[in-house]
Design a protein around this ligand. Structure first.
Ligand code: 8YV
Length: 323
């Protein structure tokens, strides 16, 4: 007898919290466990109205969604959702939900960690101790200091503002670039990114990924930032023109970079690995057990609200829930 529970396709690893949370109300079909993924899509496509996605590293493409003529909702993990084809979802009346807010402070903490690590060369100093070099020589004084810097935020959403609050406490001046000024914010707004890059020495990149921001940080911006320049990327690899960044670092057009994200992650260009003066993190902005659990739970809660006939909790602005 056919089960009365609705079906949900799960894209990405079948994390226990998500599978368990959804199983009470749904028949969960993890794509990753299917011996034949295409067959699974063909088998459940006609009747399935919901997709869950458990990571930002798996794409929910139009090719996948097109198997689901009755699709109503895609509930994805991550505040960023450039891995879901938003244009297709919008034109097919499919609501996308993401996991904002629950990760804001965690990602802002990581951003400060990456900024301090990069400016003060903390990972390099730690490597010096572990390599047994301290007995022979002190680790050199860091070339840079946070004390004389101005941070230009590229993006001033919820996470950008949480980072800016931390920088206030560190007594570091903050300005920002975004398409529109954020009402009520006291920081100076630069509508023009190049102009802001000229005025600061540190860029903190925290804008959404996707076509609108692709290669926003390009050779011209790096040139404008100048030889004291440090770029911190907490957004998506796609926002920075990676070959231009590599060249700017190699030619010392800018001083350094701290990168949490990469164009083709988890593959990191060998040119970046070869540069010992920069800092590389493995995309761990939100990566604590507690925060990841809250994100997983929000993936579940959006779908539980929807299946109970209520509006999903956190639809993204491009695809508001219309009922
Ligand atoms: C990731 C993120 O979840 O939420 C996002 O959009 O990029 C992070 O929180 C994470 O680091 C996974 O790769």
């Amino acid at each position: 007898m056919a089960s009365e529970k609705p079906d949900v396709l799960l894209v990405g690893p079948p994390k226990p919290l998500i599978v368990k949370g959804l199983s009470a109300k749904f028949n969960v079909h993890p794509l990753a466990n299917a011996a034949d993924g295409k067959k699974l899509l063909a088998d459940i496509g006609a009747r399935t109205r919901a997709i869950a996605c458990s990571v930002v590293s798996e794409n929910v493409t139009r090719d996948i969604m097109a198997h689901f003529p009755k699709l109503e909702i895609v509930s994805t993990f991550g505040v960023g959702y450039s891995h879901v084809d938003v244009a297709w979802a919008t034109s097919h009346n499919v609501t996308i939900t993401n996991t904002p807010d629950v990760l804001t402070e965690e990602v802002a903490d990581t951003a400060m960690g990456l900024l301090l690590s990069t400016v003060r060369e903390l990972p390099q100093a730690e490597r010096h101790v572990r390599a047994g070099k301290w007995a022979n020589a002190d680790y050199p004084l860091s070339v840079a200091t946070l004390r004389d810097r101005t941070v230009g935020m590229v993006g001033m959403g919820a996470i950008g503002q949480a980072i800016a609050r931390r920088l206030d406490a560190f007594k570091v001046p903050v300005v920002y670039h975004s398409r529109n000024a954020v009402p009520g914010l006291a920081y100076r707004h630069y509508p023009n990114l190049i102009e802001m890059a000229r005025a600061v020495d540190t860029l903190m990149v925290i804008v959404p990924g996707g076509p609108a921001t692709r290669n926003l940080i390009n050779a011209q911006v790096l040139e404008a930032l100048g030889p004291k320049g440090i770029v911190i990327n907490m957004a998506r690899g796609s926002v920075v023109d990676e070959p231009a960044l590599i060249k700017a670092l190699q030619d010392r057009v800018i001083l350094s970079a701290g990168l949490d994200v990469f164009v083709d992650e988890p593959r990191v260009p060998s040119e970046l690995i070869a540069m010992d003066h920069i800092v590389l993190f493995p995309h761990l902005g939100s990566a604590s057990v507690a925060t990841r659990d809250r994100m997983d739970q929000l993936v579940v809660d959006n779908l539980l609200a929807w299946v109970a006939g209520q509006p999903p909790l956190t639809p993204v602005p491009e695809t508001p829930w219309k009922g």
